[in-house]
Design a protein around this ligand. Structure first.
Ligand SMILES: Cc1cc2nc3c(=O)[nH]c(=O)nc-3n(C[C@H](O)[C@H](O)[C@H](O)COP(=O)(O)OP(=O)(O)OC[C@H]3O[C@@H](n4cnc5c(N)ncnc54)[C@H](O)[C@@H]3O)c2cc1C
Length: 399
């Protein structure tokens, strides 16, 4: 396997790097995607996305007809990596760009593509994902939100939960049960809901980080045009899975994890405990060595996934491996930082004595959420065991 870039890719990398040096807004460096409803932050994040789009660095792999570049995955990877290296702000429209956009290109109607794709790219319309329900998370096929077809409209009733960004999203891609008598997977449809439709109530939930990133969404007699159905009626499960594969790919950035690990090493070198830098403590050194090996393993696994993509092979279980490894590692790096910091560890970002701006405790809590979101680690392990290693399927009703 040749891990080096071609001369053309190197030239492209230099070009992207130079553009980011000139354009990444100083004040917003290193921000997470906007997760809560401060209108000024949202406006700034939308302006940033528009700028990236205008420069031609957004959704590179989308077909040209739909505002992309029809570029290969290497170019997209280079842009993603350079964004992280430049500590550019996260993209507010990431769900649209990475999940619903590709799904509409694959399964949507011409009209749906024309209506939605341009506004996804310019961040004019932000999307949220209405999959999870109080009784349907890992076991998504248990979902109970009903959509009854009446003439040219669905009438939707039910509840979604953990809906990230619903408090400012314009649209939701949503799974609903359209045939309650069919088998669990066969009666589900995939529809697009305008969040301003009467009958929708969004109630923010406060996470342990103190931020209100996700929400409960209540749907009461919400009328949705039949034209907003993606794919065939009652065949939403296949469409939903196409979207989920994109989500798993989106959740882990190996470059960001490498960067966070380097930040931990710097912290260990500079933070003093027992009269010397923490990095001189043999237990801390052992821990750093262990994490360094895992970071390297993760990087090589990501190359394997990239190689598959370059050869046109579907992601298969490597998306699950990547999601599992990266999210668990991010959490363990933050945990190690808290241990290095000892009693300084829990200091909040507003405390002047907090190290690294108090980012470590919130990273620790936030990264725990990402181990759960997009399919928990246990679920990824099941997928890897059953589909990757060919182990027997989990017995039904064992839990
Ligand atoms: C930060 C964050 C953001 C999210 N954003 C969204 C969003 O925008 N839209 C959305 O629709 N959802 C979102 N979710 C929800 C997320 O997809 C679910 O939380 C996740 O799928 C797990 O479902 P659950 O919470 O119902 O847990 P459950 O399914 O109830 O699982 C509880 C525990 O049991 C384990 N478990 C369950 N089944 C098995 C099994 N078969 N084998 C082994 N262990 C098992 C799980 O791993 C877990 O530890 C988000 C979640 C988080 C944390």
């Amino acid at each position: 396997m040749d891990l080096s870039y071609t001369p053309e890719e190197l030239a492209f990398q230099r070009e992207v790097r130079a553009w980011l040096r000139r354009n990444v807004p100083g004040r917003q460096r290193d921000e997470r995607p906007v997760e809560f409803g401060d209108p000024r932050r949202i406006a700034a994040a939308k302006a940033w996305q528009r700028k990236v789009h205008a420069a031609g660095y957004l959704a590179l792999a989308w077909p040209r007809d739909w505002g992309g570049q029809g570029a290969d995955i290497m170019r997209q990877t280079i842009v993603n990596d350079e964004m992280v290296r430049a500590r550019a702000p996260g993209l507010i429209g990431l769900l649209g760009i990475s999940m619903v956009g590709p799904t509409l290109i694959q399964h949507g109607t011409e009209e749906q593509r024309r209506r939605h794709l341009p506004k996804i790219l310019t961040a004019e319309e932000i999307w949220c994902q209405g999959y999870s329900e109080p009784g349907a998370g890992s076991d998504l096929a248990s979902l109970r939100t009903r959509a009854e077809l009446r003439g040219d409209e669905f009438v939707v009733n039910g509840q979604k939960v953990w809906t990230s960004n619903a408090q400012y999203a314009d649209w939701m891609f949503c799974l609903v049960r359209t045939d309650p008598d069919a088998s669990r997977h066969a009666g589900i449809s995939y529809i697009l809901i305008d969040m301003r439709t009467p009958g929708i109530t969004v109630r923010p939930l406060v996470q342990m980080t103190g931020d209100a990133g996700f929400n409960e969404v209540f749907l009461e007699d919400v009328r949705v045009p039949r034209a907003n159905l993606v794919g065939q009626l009652n065949a939403g499960w296949q469409v939903a899975n196409a979207t989920l594969a994109h989500e798993r790919n989106m959740l882990g950035s190996t470059t960001r994890t490498q960067q966070t690990f380097q930040k931990l090493v710097r912290l260990a070198r500079t933070h003093r405990r027992n009269g010397g830098p923490a990095s001189e403590d043999p237990v801390v050194r052992q821990r750093l060595a262990d994490l360094a090996i895992r970071v390297e393993t993760m990087r090589l696994e990501a190359y394997r996934q990239l190689t598959d993509a370059l050869h046109g092979r579907p992601p298969g279980i490597s998306a699950s491996i990547n999601k599992l490894v990266t999210t668990e590692l991010n959490h363990d790096i933050a945990r190690a930082a808290l241990d290095v910091l000892g009693s300084y560890g829990p200091l909040h970002k507003r405390d002047p004595r907090a190290r690294d701006g108090g980012v470590w405790p919130s990273d620790f809590m936030y990264s725990l959420g990402l181990i759960i979101g997009g399919g928990t680690s246990q679920i990824q392990k099941n997928i890897i065991a059953e589909r990757g290693l060919g182990m027997p399927r989990e017995a039904r009703g064992i839990r």
